[in-house]
Every structure is written in C-alpha cells, then in structure tokens.
Design a protein around this ligand. Sequence first.
Ligand SMILES: N[C@@H](CCC(=O)N[C@@H](CS)C(=O)NCC(=O)O)C(=O)O
Length: 229
Amino acid sequence: MHLHPSTSTAHASLWIFGYGSLIWNPGFSYAERRKAHARGYARRMYQGNTYHRGDDNLPGRVATLVESQTEDANGVAFRVEGTRAIEEALKHLNEREVGNGYVFKLVRVAFDLSESSPSRASSTDGSSLSSYSDSEEEERREGPDYHSSFLALTCIAHSSNEFFLGPAHPKEMAAQIGAASGKAGPNHEYVLKLAENIRALFPHTKDSHLYGLEKRVREIVKRERRDTV
Ligand SMILES: N[C@@H](CCC(=O)N[C@@H](CS)C(=O)NCC(=O)O)C(=O)O
C-alpha cells in the first residue's frame, strides 16, 4: 500500500497515525516517527474498553477520534517500510484494536510545523531576523503543516461499536477511569501516560478534554493513595 508520494514505489511504504497508546507503545517496527495531526478529528476518551484497561464489570475509557469542524487530533505518524513490516503491523493492530471495537480508516494527516524545515530568515551570523522571541517563535511553529498533508492509516472506534461509552460529565468519566483496570494495567495509568506524552510532544497546545481529565484523575489517585495508607 503506497500512501505517501515521497517514498519510492520500489517497495511498499505505509504511514500509520497514532493518537493514543500507539504513541508510547506502537507494537510494530517502523522506519520513521514524526509528530503529526489528523485533520478534522478530535481525540476523545469515549471508547469503552473491557480488556486492556477495564473488564466486563468496570469498563475503562481509552482514546478514539470523533469528527470535528474545529479541531485536528495531534499524535505521531509512523512510517512502516516493506511489505513484511506492513503485514506485521496490520496483524498487530487487527488483534489489538479491531478486536476491541476499532476499524481501520484512512485519514488526512499533516506533519507538525516544529519538524518542518526552519523557514526563519537568519543573518550572516546565524542570529534570527524574526520579530518574535525564541519562545514565541517556538510556539508559532507548533501545529499542522498543511503543506505536508498525506493519507495515513489509523484505527477509530465509531459510536456504533458495542464498547463505545461516549461523552459523560468529566467527573463521571474521571471516576470510571479511576476505578477501571485491565490486562495492560490501571486505566488511570493510560490517561496520565497519554497526557504526559502529548504535553511532551506539543508543549504549546491546549487540550482541555485530555488535561481536564488528567487533573481530575490525578486527584482521585492521590485521594485513594491517602485513604489506603
Ligand atoms: N488507536 C489508538 C489506540 C487506542 C488504544 O489505546 N487502544 C487500546 C486497545 S482498545 C490499546 O491499545 N491499549 C493498550 C494499552 O492500554 O496500553 C492510537 O492510534 O493510538
């Protein structure tokens, strides 16, 4: 499957977009990893999960993408090179994701500006000619580089799947996350790890849904640790 014009047609090359646990644990080999944004989607903790981060009694909440007129979902794009590596990646994602309510979908992805070639003019001594301070310049260079858009494969859990939980009051979602645990560990660990990874990748981007949940879940974990001492 040849999805990015820049790679040779001599062998297959596939870009896979991750916006949840794939960010820290893709589970497949890849040749390149780039910060990226899925256009017209927002990441939401709306997918129920009764295996990795929950069970039948207390389903956990994991990330999915919902269509959005105003947001792009940030994450990472993995370039998988060669037919064998692509087959292994698809097999892994089929077992890990499709078995838990997700479907494969091609989405339009753009690399992040912070990894584009610097467009900043500089004087002969290398100092910046930009009228912005370095930190302002760094903040301006975060977000989708729409000149770089291409198709990538991702896994999305639509609202019609059997595990879907959908939106709820943040207090209720945080309580569900704080109580659930599965084969991959506690659901709160998933949410805190995701928030830490996104903040490290995109330090200037606000994500009120994820960081709001992170704050509430940290308070629950702290309260429970205090109560068990
Ligand atoms: N499709 C998301 C991954 C969604 C997700 O996190 N799925 C669960 C399974 S339903 C998972 O992989 N969990 C592994 C874990 O919890 O560590 C992505 O692109 O990153």
